[in-house]
Design a binder for this molecule. Structure first.
Ligand code: C5P
Length: 349
C-alpha cells in the first residue's frame, strides 16, 4: 500500500475503501510486556462483512478542524475521538513534511462511513475503519509512507490496525504490530455465523481481568495457534479448517476474562452451542461468538435458527435488545479486492 508519492487527487473525487471485520480464529496470550500491553499469538482472518469508507477532499477550513465524518447504518456517535477522525489527524501529522503540497498542511477530508460491523464487538470494526481511512487519506493527498512508518502510525491508533493494513489472513504477534501474512485457504471459503450480544465489553477491562488471574491454566491455545499458522502456510483447505473448529473455538485465552466481565455470556454461549450442535468460538475480547460452516447457505440456515431461538426463548435473553446475527464468508486477499471493486461502483450512502 505504500506507493510512490504522487499528485493529490482532484477535489470532489471520491476514494472508496472496504473495511472488513475480522475473526480471531485463535488468540493466545503469551506474556505481558513492559509497556503494559499483552503479547499475543493470534491467527486473524478478514470477513466479507465490513464497513465502507468514502473519502473526498473537503473544501473549507484547512487541516484537522475541517475534517468531517458522517455515519450511516449502525448507530455510532461521531465524537472527535472517533478512530476515523483520529486516523486522518495522525496520517496528516505523519506526512505533513513529505506530501506533494508541503510545506502546506494536507487538506481537510470529508469522510462517509457506512457502518455494518457492530461496535466494540471483538470484530475489529473501528480498527478496520482506521486502516481504510489511512489508506484513503494517503491516496487523496498523493502521499506515501514507508512500511515501518505505516505500521507505527497504525499501531498508534490501536492494536488491531496493523492487521487491517496488511489485507488478508495473518499471524499477528506482539501487541498486534507484527503481522505475518498467511496464504488464503485452499478451495471454497468457509462461512461464519456471527452472533454479537448487545453488551458493552471493554477490551481494556477484559485484559485487566486476564492480568488479575481470569485465565486458562494451560498453554493449549498457543499450541493450537502455532499449529493453525503452520497448517495455513502448508495450504489448508476451507473444509479442513471447519473440521478443526472445536480446537480453534477452545483456543481463546481471553474467554475466562470476558466471562468474568460479562457473566451473562456464559449461559448464552452454552445455549448457542446446544442449539447449533457446533463449536462456538469467541472473536478477540468478545462479546462476539463465531461458528464456522462449510458454506454460506448452511450459515444462513443457522442464522435463521438463532433468530428463531431468540424469539422463542430457546436462547436466553442477553444484553440491551436482540443480538446482532449475521451469516458471512471468510475473505482471502482476492475476495477483499473484489469487494473493493464492487464498492467502487457504488454502495456507500
Ligand atoms: O489497542 P487497543 O485499543 O485495542 O487496546 C485497548 C486496551 O486493551 C489497551 O489499552 C490495553 O489495556 C489492552 N490491551 C492489552 N494487550 C493487547 C491489546 C490491548 O493489554 N495486546
Amino acid at each position: 500500500m505504500s506507493g510512490e508519492t504522487g499528485a493529490a487527487q482532484p477535489a470532489g473525487l471520491r476514494i472508496l475503501r472496504f473495511a472488513p471485520a475480522k475473526l480471531n480464529l485463535t488468540l493466545a496470550v503469551v506474556g505481558r510486556r513492559e509497556d503494559g500491553f499483552h503479547a499475543l499469538h493470534s491467527v486473524m482472518m478478514p470477513l466479507i462483512l465490513g464497513d465502507a469508507v468514502a473519502v473526498t477532499l473537503a473544501s473549507g477550513a484547512a487541516g484537522a478542524r475541517g475534517d468531517t465524518l458522517r455515519v450511516a447504518g449502525l448507530g455510532l456517535p461521531v465524537t472527535p475521538d472517533n478512530l476515523v477522525l483520529r486516523a486522518i489527524a495522525a496520517a496528516r501529522g505523519a506526512v505533513h513534511a513529505t506530501w506533494p503540497g508541503a510545506p502546506s498542511t494536507p487538506p481537510a477530508l470529508a469522510v462517509r462511513l457506512a457502518k455494518r460491523i457492530p461496535v466494540a464487538a471483538g470484530l475489529g470494526g473501528g480498527s478496520s475503519d482506521a486502516a481504510a481511512t489511512i489508506a484513503a487519506a494517503l491516496e487523496a493527498w498523493g502521499a506515501a509512507l514507508s512500511g515501518d512508518a505505516l505500521v507505527t502510525l497504525a499501531a498508534s491508533l490501536g492494536s488491531d490496525v496493523p492487521f487491517f493494513l496488511a489485507g488478508g489472513a495473518a499471524l499477528v504477534t506482539g501487541r498486534g504490530e507484527f503481522v505475518a501474512p498467511l496464504p488464503d485457504l485452499v478451495g471454497e471459503s468457509p462461512a461464519a455465523l456471527i452472533v454479537t450480544p448487545r453488551l458493552a465489553v471493554s477490551t481494556a477491562a477484559v485484559f485487566e481481568a486476564y492480568a488479575g488471574g481470569e485465565r486458562p491454566r494451560t498453554q493449549a491455545a498457543l499450541a493450537v495457534s502455532e499449529r493453525l499458522a503452520a497448517e495455513l502456510r502448508a495450504g489448508l483447505s476451507g473444509s479442513a479448517l471447519v473440521s478443526g473448529a472445536a480446537d480453534l473455538a477452545a483456543a481463546n485465552d481471553l474467554l475466562p476474562a470476558t466471562l468474568s466481565v460479562a457473566p451473562s455470556l456464559a449461559a448464552f454461549r452454552v445455549a448457542l452451542e446446544r442449539l447449533l450442535g457446533r463449536p462456538v468460538g469467541q472473536s478477540g475480547s468478545g462479546p462476539t461468538a463465531w461458528v464456522l460452516f462449510p458454506s454460506l447457505a448452511t450459515a444462513r440456515q443457522a442464522a435463521r435458527l438463532v433468530r428463531l431461538g431468540i424469539r422463542d426463548g430457546n436462547l436466553p435473553p442477553i444484553g440491551d435488545g436482540d443480538p446482532f446475527v449475521a451469516a458471512t464468508v471468510t475473505a482471502g486477499r482476492a475476495g477483499i479486492t473484489m469487494v473493493v471493486e464492487s464498492n467502487r461502483s457504488g454502495g456507500v450512502a
